[in-house]
Write a protein that binds this ligand. Structure first.
Ligand SMILES: [Mg+2]
Length: 300
């Protein structure tokens, strides 16, 4: 991660904004706000990594501002450090109970501000890295099943709103268990990685590819018609076969192949979102039973 992290400073006094900007400017991207209202707007719009929040401000004070930030899903996870001239432990306690990450007393000392900001930005970085790892399949670097479910829920809602259709492909490597028995799991893992790369390359920004589990992959194609999706699925199958991965026991061509079950549906508010996967998975089952290395589709 080479991109600079960003800090939003909310303080009613220009001199403090200037001071904090000078203290931090080399390390981070700084945004400034001179009131609680302006700070909330900027936090929503720019999603800073960290917020420094003055307690004493006219109109909306730091506590009220914090309350707004915490009750808005768009800003509730952004860590906040309170900054105050108040030398009162009850205020510090209140701030921490409201969910503040830290509390810095004025007058501000450059080293203290820099150290605290650095610490909390490091924690943000670690949290983001953990989130990323929690969503990625470590073998193939594709989205994992958990990430796929998140994306599916979001795209489903989007397709309902836009009244557009959605296609789902369930792709499974043919006779993969026997492949592993034949060539060993290390070679099997290489096949999974290569198949994953081909799928990612074929789909690109058109949709989301995820490893659903084992040798099964899913491709979600929002706003894609059946014809377009079948074309993409067909290209995926051809490109995987073109990898020319030897599989002498595979009946079809002596190469690694996949079967595909697909489904296209126009989601509505009341329909069951599990139907799409179930139909695609059923089609995959039929493709497997009827000889493999083929694609079958259902339009719901
Ligand atoms: Mg103030």
């Amino acid at each position: 991660m080479t991109e600079k992290q960003s800090v939003l400073v909310i303080d009613d006094e220009k001199i403090n904004l200037k001071l904090i900007r000078e203290m931090l400017n080399d390390d981070v991207d700084i945004m400034l706000a001179q009131s609680g209202e302006q700070g909330i707007r900027k936090a929503v719009e720019y999603q800073p990594d960290l917020i420094l929040l003055d307690v004493l401000m006219p109109q909306m004070d730091g506590f009220e501002t914090m309350n707004h930030l915490r009750h808005d899903a768009r800003t509730s996870a952004i860590p906040v450090i309170f900054i105050t001239a108040l030398n009162d432990s009850s205020h510090e306690e209140k701030a921490l109970l409201m969910g503040a990450s830290d509390y810095i007393q004025k007058p501000l000392h450059t080293n203290i501000v820099q150290a605290r900001v650095r610490l909390h930005l490091q924690l943000v970085k670690q949290r983001k890295m953990l989130e990323l790892l929690a969503n990625i399949d470590p073998l193939t670097s594709l989205a994992n099943r958990r990430k796929y479910q998140d994306v599916f829920d979001r795209e489903w809602k989007d397709c309902v709103d836009k009244k557009s259709c959605m296609s789902l492909l369930v792709i499974d490597i043919d006779n993969f268990k026997q492949y592993n028995d034949c060539y060993g799991h290390a070679t099997g893992d290489k096949v999974l990685k290569q198949v994953a790369s081909v799928l990612a390359l074929q789909v690109l920004e058109k949709g989301t590819v995820a490893r659903y589990g084992g040798e099964e992959f899913v491709v979600l194609l929002p706003s894609h018609s059946q014809a377009d999706s079948m074309e993409i699925a067909s290209q995926c199958m051809q490109s995987i076969e073109a990898l020319n991965l030897a599989y002498s026991h595979n009946d079809f061509s002596g190469r690694v192949t996949v079967s595909v079950g697909g489904c296209t549906k126009s989601p509505t508010k009341n329909c069951n979102r599990d139907d799409l996967f179930k139909a695609a998975d059923d089609m995959l089952g039929v493709a497997k039973k009827s000889g493999k290395n083929k694609m079958l589709w259902k339009l719901l």
